[in-house]
Design a protein around this ligand. Structure first.
Ligand SMILES: [Fe+2]
Length: 377
C-alpha cells in the first residue's frame, strides 16, 4: 500500500498575493506575527502592500530573519517576539524565514532561559504534541525551498556543528501563497541556487526509499519545468512566464518531497553549508549528477525520469547543472568555496544524517563518498 498526504491549502498564480487579507480572515487570525528576512521585500514595495492589506488586523513585523537560522537565532527571535500574543504567523521570505516561522509556531508559549533549553526541546521533540502550535501562512519569495508545503524546518547549530530538523504534522503550513511576482527581483545567483535546490527535492523524492507513484508524478513535472525553463530564465530574469514555470516547478518539487524527505545529496550538503557556508542549493546540486549515476540501477521507471530531465545518461545532468552555474556566475568546484583537500575526510564523516543518507535507495559507503568529493574538489 502507498499513501500520499499533504494538507496545505495552496493558493497560486500571478498576483495571488492580492488575496492575502481574505485568506488570513478565513483562517480566523487576529494577531499576526509577520516574519520576513529580505530587505528587498521593502525595496520592491511588497511589504507596504502587504501591511496595507492587513490594516484591519493587529500585526507585529519581525524583519531581518537571518539565513540558515540556528538555535541562537531562534532564542533571540523568541525573546524579540514573545511580548506579542500572536495567533497566526505569516512568513514572507525564503526557506529560512518559513523555517523560522515553523520553529516559533512549534515553540509558542514555551519559555527558554538559554540555548541549551532550545536544543533539548528540539532533540527530545517536546514541541511535537504541543497544543499551542499556531497556524503558519507561508508566502515564499524564492522558488526552491518547498518549505511552504512541508511539515519540517531546518534549524542549525553552529556551535555544536549540527543540523536539526523540526518535524510534526502540525508544522505543515495551513496555507501557502505561491505568487511568482514575488520572485521577480531575485538575483541570478539566488534564482539559480534556489531552483537547483528544488531540482534536488524532486530528484531525491523520485529515487527516495519512500517514493510512490504520486510522488513521482509531482517530481517529473517539477523536473521538466525546471530543466526546460531555468536556463532561459537566467537569460531573461524579468520574464514573468518563465518565473511562473520555475515557481510551479519548485512547488511541485515541494509536494513531491513533502512525503519522502530528502536523501544522499541533501545529507552531503549539510557539512558543506555548515562548515564552508556554501549556499544550500549549490551544496545540494554539486552531487546530484554523480548520485543519479550511483542510484541508476535502483530507479523505478527510469525512462520517465530521463524524459523529464531530457537526458539519456546521468553525465548529461551534471553537464546541464554546470551550465547553470556558468550562467549564474557560480563557482563549480569545492576548492572555489575554500574547501581544502585535507577537509574532505571530515566532510565524509559529517555527511551521514540519519533519515536522509539512509533514505537513499543505494548504500553510500565512505570510500565512494570520498571519491565523489574528490571528483568535485
Ligand atoms: Fe533543500
Amino acid at each position: 500500500m502507498s499513501t500520499y498526504y499533504n494538507p496545505v491549502q495552496i493558493h497560486y498564480g500571478v498576483a495571488t498575493l492580492a488575496k492575502l487579507a481574505e485568506i488570513v480572515q478565513k483562517k480566523g487570525g487576529k494577531k499576526i506575527l509577520m516574519l520576513t528576512g529580505a530587505r528587498s521585500l521593502k525595496a520592491s514595495g511588497h511589504l507596504d502592500k502587504i501591511l496595507k492589506q492587513l490594516q484591519c488586523f493587529e500585526v507585529f513585523v519581525q524583519d531581518s530573519i537571518p539565513s540558515n537560522p540556528d538555535v541562537e537565532d531562534i532564542l533571540r527571535l523568541k525573546e524579540a517576539t514573545d511580548h506579542f500574543p500572536y495567533d497566526l504567523i505569516l512568513a514572507v521570505g525564503g526557506g529560512s524565514v518559513i523555517d523560522a516561522a515553523k520553529a516559533l509556531a512549534a515553540f509558542r508559549q514555551m519559555n527558554f532561559r538559554n540555548v541549551n533549553e532550545v536544543r533539548a526541546v528540539i532533540k527530545d521533540k517536546i514541541y511535537a504534541d504541543s497544543p499551542h502550535i499556531c497556524p503558519v501562512l507561508a508566502v515564499p519569495t524564492t522558488a526552491g525551498t518547498g518549505s511552504e508545503v512541508t511539515p519540517w524546518a531546518t534549524i542549525w547549530d553552529r556551535q555544536e556543528e549540527q543540523k536539526y530538523s523540526l518535524e510534526a504534522p502540525a508544522l505543515f503550513p495551513q496555507s501557502a501563497i505561491v505568487d511568482p511576482v514575488l520572485t521577480q527581483n531575485l538575483s541570478p545567483v539566488l534564482t539559480a541556487s534556489s531552483a537547483l535546490d528544488a531540482l534536488g527535492h524532486a530528484l531525491e523524492a523520485y529515487w527516495s526509499k519512500n517514493t510512490n507513484a504520486i510522488v513521482r508524478l509531482y517530481a517529473c513535472e517539477a523536473l521538466s519545468k525546471i530543466v526546460q525553463n531555468l536556463g532561459l530564465l537566467l537569460e531573461n530574469l524579468n520574464d514573468l512566464d518563465l518565473r511562473t514555470e520555475i515557481a510551479y516547478g519548485s512547488l511541485f518539487a515541494g509536494l513531491a518531497f513533502s512525503n519522502t524527505k530528502t536523501t544522499a545529496c541533501h545529507s552531503i550538503s549539510y557539512p558543506l553549508t555548515l562548515q564552508f557556508g556554501i549556499n544550500h542549493g549549490v551544496a545540494v546540486s554539486l552531487t546530484l549528477g554523480a548520485m543519479l549515476a550511483k542510484n541508476e540501477a535502483a530507479l523505478r521507471e527510469k525512462e520517465k525520469l530521463y524524459a523529464a530531465l531530457n537526458i539519456k545518461h546521468p553525465s548529461e545532468l551534471t553537464a546541464w547543472i554546470q551550465t547553470i552555474y556558468e550562467q549564474a556566475g557560480l563557482p563549480k568546484r569545492l576548492r572555489d568555496y575554500g574547501v581544502l583537500e585535507s577537509d574532505l575526510p571530515k566532510i565524509v564523516e559529517k555527511s551521514y544524517t540519519p533519515g536522509r543518507m539512509d533514505n537513499n535507495p543505494v548504500e553510500v559507503d565512505k570510500s565512494f563518498l570520498l571519491d565523489l568529493l574528490r571528483s568535485i574538489y
